[in-house]
Design a protein around this ligand. Structure first.
Ligand code: RIB
Length: 309
């Protein structure tokens, strides 16, 4: 039997060290005006928190280290009502870390040390097989081993909608995308997957069609401030993003994916879910940090709304 609105996220959990800088250092340059903040992060965890804040029942399948950061991150997720029964503490690895350099234009440059994320094994996924099989939505990204993601996709139940965010881009086995219902890629990831370059909304339409030809049932190409383009057999639609005052773009894509998952899990149509995801993702860029800035009650958001209904 299908568990109503259960979203299972297979993915990464990090601690983000965010350094605010006047400008990003050039090779060989030392920049000394940094201000450091620590935030919860990791694409998987950010997406799980976003979905949970939308009201979905969320379970995460992940690995953190046996260090203090691992314990903290599990507590953070539990505090966000994300189930952590399948978050394993890997004995010999450090919790994943991201170094985020954030400049006044709101843009970032991110380097990650995956640490325990790479310990996520096929056995971990198989240990969560019952959960994955009864999920309404399975969400995965590519900050954990591809073999783990591929196994999770195989274990999706007949009524499970598979949502794959191919971030960061990693070459995938040819048949993997055949089992994906909704593929989410930004312009760079779409370019890496298709071998072509795209620009703007028209480029994203072409990218979406090419991505669709790789196997998924629907493709969503995200365009940052320009919103997103949705391409499916009977849909080709640009969803514009509301105008915002950008402070930090970190995690905006993750908020988008988490909101999308929650709304698809609740049975909302793809276009409506993308529209709300775009609004919430844009809103997150007005604050600093990744997962903590996803607005509460985003299930109630509607396109163009300035806040929860
Ligand atoms: O997408 C943003 C996330 O990417 C950050 O939270 C960081 O941890 C990296 O995984």
């Amino acid at each position: 039997m299908l568990t109503s609105r259960l979203v299972v996220v297979v993915g990464s959990v990090n601690v983000d060290y965010v350094m605010k800088l006047g400008h990003r250092p050039a090779p060989g340059e030392t920049v000394s005006d940094g201000v450091l903040e620590m935030h919860p992060g990791g694409k998987g965890a950010n997406q799980a928190v976003a979905a949970a804040r939308c009201g979905a029942a969320v379970e995460m399948v992940a690995c953190v280290g046996a260090d203090a950061a691992g314990q903290t991150r599990i507590a953070d997720l539990a505090g966000e009502r994300v189930g952590t029964g399948h978050v394993r503490r890997a004995p010999d690895a450090l919790t994943g870390v991201a170094f985020v350099m954030l400049t006044p234009d709101g843009e970032n440059a991110i380097a990650t040390a995956a640490g325990a994320n790479m310990a996520l094994a096929i056995e971990d996924i198989e240990g969560a097989a019952a959960l994955i099989g009864k999920a309404r939505v399975l969400v995965a990204q590519l900050e954990v081993p591809l073999a783990a993601v591929a196994r999770a996709v195989q274990l999706a139940g007949p009524e499970t909608l598979v949502l794959l965010n191919c971030a960061p881009y990693v070459a995938m086995p040819p048949n993997m995308l055949d089992s994906v219902d909704v593929l989410v890629a930004n312009e760079n990831e779409a370019a890496a997957m298709t071998g072509a370059r795209f620009e703007g909304v028209e480029g994203a339409r072409r990218a979406g069609k090419l991505l669709l030809s790789l196997g998924p049932r629907a493709a969503v190409v995200t365009l940052g401030p320009l919103g997103a383009v949705v391409v499916a057999p009977e849909i080709e639609q640009h969803v514009p993003a509301p105008k915002v005052r950008v402070v930090d773009t970190t995690g905006a894509g993750d908020a988008f994916v988490g909101v999308l998952a929650a709304h698809l899990g609740a049975g909302n149509p793809l276009l409506e879910a993308v529209t709300i995801g775009t609004a919430v993702g844009s809103a997150t860029t007005e604050q600093r940090g990744a997962s903590p800035v996803v607005p509460e009650s985003c299930m109630a958001w509607r396109a163009g709304a300035a806040g929860p209904d």
